[in-house]
Ligand binder design. Structure first.
Ligand SMILES: [Zn+2]
Ligand SMILES: [Zn+2]
Length: 280
């Protein structure tokens, strides 16, 4: 079964297209199930802490509208549409987030690390410190997000190794150990890791070699995956799927997670998109 479990909407403040435009593209590609995962508006955080976070993305009052519009659009398509959020992990605010998520009718919660407190809450793409120290801190924070038990899957871990070059030598080994600890924690806590297909654009310092190491670790530890394009534009739905599906097969990863009211159901990964217009 083909799924795309990471789609944005105009409520992110940095995406284009209507929900129906995304679903038309999904149908065209033969993707059978999707989940919209808009950024949380973060109204559960104390004001003082919230002010330190640079990007607000979805506004508080838009959350209910987003949930309503996705549910309404789901009735107009043959695609199975799930309701989700992409939610930042902030250590120290776990209980408030748990209460907030429990109050919403969600199928799926995608955890994410975009901001690191040890780097003054800068958006991680703006961190330009020493690569090994940054990656170790970043992986450790992701590990804490996994251990919180708040999330069904963890998004786009590759952002870290796109931002800085992967260190060589002894530092490279230390960083690799940090990544392995993230994957091991996902296995222990039974949390999915996302294969974010935007990673296969290999932006910044991202390389296929590092991504293959990540996938090999996922296969070794038997961690369940979610699959998502992180589309902020209907044309990016299912992006890079042909190459990603081939690579998953190479590592013997043949199942993908779907969610209903936060309960996981593993299904076989689909073979190919109907349209090969996505290329690669
Ligand atoms: Zn994100
Ligand atoms: Zn996203």
């Amino acid at each position: 079964m083909l799924v795309d479990y990471h789609l944005h909407t105009v409520f992110s403040g940095h995406a284009v297209g209507t929900i129906d435009d995304y679903l038309a593209k999904v149908e065209e590609l033969g993707i059978e199930e999707v989940c919209f995962t808009e950024h949380t508006s973060r109204q559960y955080l104390p004001d003082e802490f919230r002010r330190q976070i640079p990007d607000s993305w979805m506004q508080d009052e838009e959350l209910a509208v987003y949930l309503k519009l996705v549910a309404a659009a789901a009735t107009r398509t043959s695609v199975r549409v799930k309701l989700g959020l992409e939610t930042d992990y902030f250590a120290g605010h776990e209980e408030a987030l748990a209460r907030f998520l429990d109050s919403l009718p969600l199928d799926f919660v995608l955890g994410t690390v975009h901001f690191l407190p040890m780097y003054e809450m800068r958006y991680i793409s703006l961190v330009d410190e020493e690569p090994a120290a940054f990656l170790v801190a970043y992986f450790d924070y992701i590990k804490r997000a996994i251990e919180s038990g708040l999330f069904d899957s963890i998004a786009h871990i590759h952002l870290g190794w796109q931002i800085v070059p992967w260190p060589s030598g002894r530092a490279g080994k230390t960083v690799e150990k940090g990544l392995a600890q993230v994957v091991a924690a996902a296995a222990t806590h039974d949390v999915c890791l996302e294969i974010n297909t935007r990673a296969f654009n290999f932006e910044g310092h991202g390389t296929l070699d590092i991504y293959r190491r990540f996938m090999a670790m996922i296969a070794d530890y038997g961690v369940p995956i979610t699959l998502g394009s992180d589309a902020h534009d209907p044309k990016d739905v299912g992006r890079n799927y042909p190459q990603v599906l081939r690579t998953l097969r190479h590592y013997g990863i043949d199942e993908v997670a779907t969610f209903e009211k936060r309960q996981r159901l593993m299904v076989p990964v689909g073979d190919q998109l109907l349209s090969t217009a996505q290329g690669k």
